[in-house]
Design a protein around this ligand. Structure first.
Ligand code: AP5
Ligand code: ZN
Length: 216
């Protein structure tokens, strides 16, 4: 399956993508995680991306599209993929359509995760991520690690993202509404959008998503 996951910051895209990718046996491709990996390796791309991410802005399309394309062309993505955080504006959606067209493939669905704004703020304020593997995501109250500051899965150190400060989150939400939300209309016109609530226990949301994807 080829799926795009869309939703505001803190909607649970990363949390659900990890689970859905495993169930659907496709790679989880997160442009945010790819940028963060570049930042920790201190690559030129990482240095460029960090300045935009810390301000809550989108990284320029040119580098983002090239990076996403490169990742989608890896052998493990041949049979399908779950895109998390890409596309993030209409021009990225158009670039993705072009890329898929040249490959002669199509998206199966765009899964839209809905969550109220007050919940977003709580989720982001409490989020902690593993330094060794950004797929290991915790929340200080909703899904706390057994030992404070230590990843349950691999023992890595847990940290708070630089762009999770209150001011930057507000900016990220504004960017979501102005630049990312319009892609929902873009994909609705293609009949691809499936909307579910992202409120409730994590496993219930995964089941909700799988059911909605099956129904199409
Ligand atoms: P990115 O990393 O994609 O961040 P985001 O879209 O803002 O989304 P988040 O990672 O904040 O949230 P999420 O929805 O994954 O939530 P999570 O599962 O962690 O992008 C970061 C930046 O990179 C962008 O601002 C931009 O600068 C740049 N960028 C990335 N892609 C780009 C692109 N295509 N173009 C240009 N720039 C790009 O959950 C949040 C918390 O809630 C966690 O603590 C979790 O444990 C908890 N939680 C999850 N589900 C539940 C639940 N059901 N109940 C209770 N708690 C829950
Ligand atoms: Zn870990």
């Amino acid at each position: 399956m080829r799926i795009v996951l869309v939703g505001p910051p803190g909607a649970g895209k990363g949390t659900q993508a990890t689970r859905l990718a495993e169930k659907l046996r496709v790679p989880h491709i997160s442009t945010g995680d790819l940028f963060r990996a570049n930042i920790s390796r201190q690559t030129d791309l990482g240095k460029l991306a960090k300045s935009y991410m810390d301000a809550g802005n989108l990284v320029p399309d040119e580098v983002t599209i090239a990076m996403a394309k490169d990742r989608m062309e890896q052998p493990d993505a041949e049979g399908g993929f779950l895109l998390d955080g890409f596309p993030r504006n209409v021009s990225q959606a158009e670039a993705l359509d072009e890329l898929l067209q040249t490959e002669g493939i199509k998206l199966d669905a765009v899964l839209d995760l809905e969550v109220p704004e007050e919940e977003i703020v709580k989720r982001i304020a409490g989020r902690r991520i593993c330094r060794k593997d950004s797929a290991h995501v915790f929340h200080v109250t909703y899904s706390p690690p057994k030992e404070e500051g230590v990843c349950d899965v691999c023992g890595g150190e847990l940290y708070q993202r630089d762009d999770d400060s209150e001011g930057t989150v507000r900016k990220r939400l504004e960017v979501y509404h102005t630049q990312t939300e319009p892609i929902i209309g873009y994909y609705k016109a293609q009949g691809l959008v499936v909307t579910i609530s992202s409120l409730g226990p994590v496993d219930e949301i995964t089941q909700r998503a799988l059911g909605a994807l099956k129904r199409g």
